[in-house]
Design a protein around this ligand. Sequence first.
Ligand SMILES: [Zn+2]
Ligand SMILES: [Zn+2]
Ligand SMILES: [Zn+2]
Ligand SMILES: [Zn+2]
Ligand SMILES: [Zn+2]
Ligand SMILES: [Zn+2]
Length: 359
Amino acid sequence: MRFFPFLLALFLVWNLALEGAYAEMVCSDCRQPISGTFVRMGREAFHPQHFACAACDRAISGNYVPHQGKPYHAACYAERFGERCGTCSRPISGKFIKHEGQSYHTACFQANVAPKCDVCGAGMVGRYLIDPLGNRYHSEHRIPLCTYCRRVVSPNTSKGGYTYADGRSVCGLCYPQVIRSDRDAIAAVEEVRAKLADWGLDVPQNAAPLKLVDLTTLKQLMRRGGLHGQNVQGFTSVLSETRGGQLTRREIAVYVLNGMPREDFMGTVAHELTHVWINLNASKKLHPSLEEGACNYVRSLLHSESGSADAERNLKAMQDDPDEHYGRGYRRAKAYADRNGLPALLTLMRRGSAFPLGY
Ligand SMILES: [Zn+2]
Ligand SMILES: [Zn+2]
Ligand SMILES: [Zn+2]
Ligand SMILES: [Zn+2]
Ligand SMILES: [Zn+2]
Ligand SMILES: [Zn+2]
């Protein structure tokens, strides 16, 4: 679709005075000789009152449009020969829009042809935005996407939404799934802990306190630990004291982002509890690709069992993650477990420190 200005070659009527060279002229309209002033068009001459529009037959003064040897008022020309609007079929003058070979008044295009904005319902001319769920909307709305499902947040697209004090936006479709009470959070954590135990990852309840924090606090904690992350959802901190090469004290704490939808919360807990398990069971420091990859692999087991739309979204995010450790590491851990089984992956983490050749 393109904007075009409406352009016409307009000619101005000149009333010329008769001079010697034109002495024998006759009017092309009435065929009577011309004396005094006349109008010239190409080789023809007219009495000014006989220089008439070929469409409406009224005399032309001022501008005209020549067409196949005949003059027309600009408006009469547009009416008879000009472009017509593809929806109202009235002639087009001024600015118009060309779309798939058809011309439209800007207003007609906007009302009848242009794609409708999913946020405000009005037609969209020119560039627009599209969210990962396929909602199309005017770029000038400047509204956020849901931090979780990535929908554009508005009454029409997501039943509205909420903005947290830490800057996150949660849409009205995700919000009912958000874990809001400590009781629900504790129950969800115990559910994850039981699943991990079933899979061979025992994480005793007293191994690490788990705290819910907002995004601002989580980022501060990570920065203090020298870590950075894009979409941080959780963080496991480990404080170790050694004396003479012997471990004398170890404090593990798990921080999980509050206000997340249940599936995202449980996935994050699964990831962080796997870190705790690694800290309790690994004999060597693991390469971050193996550690983060395995934590995300355990997380993926939980999402695969759940099978909800939120779980699918979480799985896809990990599958598509370009990050060396969280994304590629996850795909390597999955390949290793798919071929050798989960117990072999756990043994690798207990005794080894990195993926063997071939993964
Ligand atoms: Zn005449
Ligand atoms: Zn006319
Ligand atoms: Zn129109
Ligand atoms: Zn709009
Ligand atoms: Zn959402
Ligand atoms: Zn991690």
